[in-house]
Ligand binder design. Structure first.
Ligand code: RNT
Ligand code: ZN
Length: 420
């Protein structure tokens, strides 16, 4: 027996004393896919032009750590590396700007599934599902700060057609991979300073969404999500797709709501929103991120809020109705490590939640024993969770503990450092 097996076996006994079955917790964890966001690998650049840069749209990657992916092949290789260090089978979350159009320049309103065939083939070869996003930023038609709510009919139509193309691409991905693709709509639209007319852009955005979703697609292949935001760089005073707007739209039109953990007031948390939203919408998409003071998209750490999100999903039995995606982009550290750290943390948070004696805690709460509830929650924090996590990693043939970092360093030396 290895040390990891020995400590696991002791840990299962400790959990059993609390009525928790560690074996079934890890079996459950293996069924929870996390959608890895491709855009951590190249600072949200995409491959539309050889030197595409992120411009506008209120999202900004900062840092200049060497070695970012310059081509789709490099990005896939980096994702392969990260996924080899993350236990379990996961998904890929792709943006439209990652299309592979060869020598041809294809406008975003004319994208077709074929421009993503290499991504789809790659996902298929490792049994992965895919999720998709329209890219309503880094484009001259987004320079004014408005896209789907733009007052100009021509510009608005361009973005509507982009969104329609993206849904068809999402459906093709879902059909090819045998797992529904969540196609997300996030637009940066808003004003830096206080607007006079808050109403007209929202009316136009609603009409645009109605038009986009008018084509019926099989939910077995494609699911639609709308993502809200509180403010962004350059949209500090007004965001068209606010939380109320997107929640209202999702409820009224049977769409998924995307909750991004960086898109609310700093003291407002999405963990508290999940059970409310899922009372009124069928399914949600999460963009798990970490805001530091603002929507700064830092790498996800095992924070109290990350744990609270996972606890809500597990306690509420919401995993079947929740699509967990990540959304951060740190360009100041090794990007493969950024994926690995954030995804492993998401999984750790889920495992911690699955190792909780929820029934016992609920019983205490119902009986008014708040003393016992607090005492047990605090004692759970020092249970031998790490032994279960390490064992899970070993079972899934990925490095336990910090050993994955050696792999990343080697990859950096051999592959990333050769990129200029
Ligand atoms: C921006 C949104 C959006 C993007 C990605 C790249 O604030 O969170 O989801 O981060 O689509
Ligand atoms: Zn997001």
């Amino acid at each position: 027996m290895s040390n990891i097996e020995k400590t696991y076996s002791l840990a299962t006994e400790r959990y059993a004393e609390l009525g928790v079955d560690a074996d079934s917790a890890i079996a459950r964890l293996a069924e929870a896919p996390v959608s890895l966001h491709c855009w951590q690998g190249d600072d949200v650049g995409g491959f539309e032009t050889p030197d595409a840069v992120l411009s506008g749209g209120g999202i900004q990657a900062t840092g200049n750590y060497p070695g970012k992916a310059r081509t789709a092949d490099e990005l896939r290789a980096d994702l392969d590396k990260a996924m080899s260090l993350i236990p379990g089978n996961h998904r890929l979350n792709l943006h439209a700007i990652y299309a592979e159009t060869g020598d041809k320049r294809v406008q975003r309103d004319s994208l077709e599934p074929e421009h993503f065939s290499r991504w789809i083939d790659w996902a298929k070869s490792s049994g992965m599902g895919m999720d998709f996003n329209g890219s309503f930023f880094s484009h001259p038609n987004a320079d004014s700060g408005f896209t789907l709510s733009h007052a100009d009919d021509g510009i608005r139509k361009f973005w509507i057609d982009h969104a329609k193309a993206c849904r068809r691409i999402g459906a093709a991905m879902g059909e090819a991979l045998g797992s529904p693709c969540v196609t997300n709509v996030w637009i940066p639209d808003g004003y830096k300073d206080t607007p006079v007319d808050r109403k007209a852009p929202r009316r136009r955005f609603k009409a645009a969404l109605d038009d986009i979703f008018s084509e019926k697609l099989d939910p077995k292949h494609n699911l639609d999500a709308v993502e809200s935001k509180l403010f962004g760089i350059g949209s500090e005073s007004y965001v068209v797709g606010s939380h109320e707007f997107c929640l209202g739209y999702a409820i009224a039109n049977h769409k998924l709501l995307c909750l991004d953990s960086g898109h609310f007031h700093p003291t407002e948390v999405i963990s508290d929103k999940i059970s409310s939203v899922l009372t009124f919408v069928d399914e949600i998409l999460l963009h798990v991120s970490r805001g530091v003071r603002w929507d700064s998209d830092h790498v996800v750490t095992l924070s109290d809020e990350l744990r609270a999100i996972a606890e809500e999903l597990v306690r509420g039995d919401y995993l079947d109705r929740t699509h967990i995606g990540l959304d951060y982009f740190d360009a100041s550290i090794n990007r493969v490590a950024a994926w690995t750290i954030g995804t492993r943390n998401m999984l750790k948070a889920l495992l911690l939640a699955m190792l909780e004696p929820s029934d016992k805690l609920r019983e205490m709460e119902r009986g008014g024993d708040y003393t016992g509830r607090l005492a047990l929650i605090e004692e759970l924090k020092t249970m031998p969770f790490g032994a279960v996590w390490d064992y899970y990693c070993e079972r899934k043939c990925v490095p336990a503990g910090a050993a994955w970092l050696d792999d990343v360093r080697k990859y950096e030396k051999e592959v990333l450092s050769a990129r200029q």
